[in-house]
Write a protein that binds this ligand. Structure first.
Ligand SMILES: *[C@@H]1O[C@H](CO)[C@@H](O)[C@H](O)[C@H]1NC(C)=O
Ligand SMILES: *[C@@H]1O[C@H](CO)[C@@H](O)[C@H](O)[C@H]1NC(C)=O
Length: 192
């Protein structure tokens, strides 16, 4: 009994040591520092996804975008060696030495998770995640409100004008009828 307990304790500590060693091995020589895990940007503006990595070997940096539409490669590069940019990101991405990227002209579909992976030549790697929120610009809403207000004011002015015309017609019609009635009465009076 006592032996078994010792055995299981040993097992657990062995597992714990294995996990810690595994973690140490996994993060061996690579760190990825992310100051802001949530970044916001406005439509048509640019988003800066800031990271800073340290890697004792030769690093390869890979950025991916995870959204409702799946996981997409953005770009992969090895500093001073090569870079590979996905077609849909060409001309609107800028990478920095510390692993950061800047996405320009962001649209609503750019919202989501951005995963950065730093891998060394042996295959050790470390991930980091940044969530990007995209806001719609306020002026677009204001523009919409201004247009709706203008249309409503125009419609109500036209309606008021139409009502005024109707009113005038009615008055004219009433006056004519009254005039005819007076004539009729006069006729009657004359006949009598
Ligand atoms: C990475 O480099 C860019 C450009 O030099 C800088 O603006 C940014 O703050 C850096 N990021 C970190 C986390 O240091
Ligand atoms: C660049 O990416 C494309 C598609 O993701 C791949 O087919 C190609 O082999 C890559 N080139 C390099 C140099 O990694």
């Amino acid at each position: 009994m006592f032996l078994m307990r010792t055995g299981s304790w040993n097992n657990n500590s062995f597992l714990l040591i294995l996990c810690l060693t595994g973690l140490c091995l996994q993060t061996n020589g690579i760190t990825v520092l992310i100051p802001d895990h949530v970044v916001s940007a406005t439509v048509d503006e640019s988003a800066f996804l800031s990271v800073e990595y340290k890697c004792s070997g030769i690093p390869t940096i890979r950025w991916k975008h995870l959204s409702l539409w799946g996981l997409k490669n953005i770009m992969t590069w090895e500093p001073d060696n090569y870079q590979n940019i996905s077609e849909s990101y060409e001309n609107r991405i800028q990478e920095y030495r510390n692993g950061s990227i800047q996405l320009s002209n962001v649209q609503l579909h750019d919202a989501g998770c951005y995963v950065v992976t730093v891998t060394d030549e042996v295959g050790n790697s470390k991930d980091g995640v940044i969530v990007l929120n995209i806001n719609e610009p306020v002026y677009k809403d204001l523009y919409f409100v201004v247009i709706v207000t203008t249309v409503l004011v125009t419609i109500s002015t036209l309606l008021m004008f139409f009502l005024w015309i109707c009113n005038q017609c009615m008055e004219l019609f009433k006056m004519k009828r009254r005039a005819r009635n007076v004539n009729g009465n006069l006729n009657i009076v004359i006949v009598v």
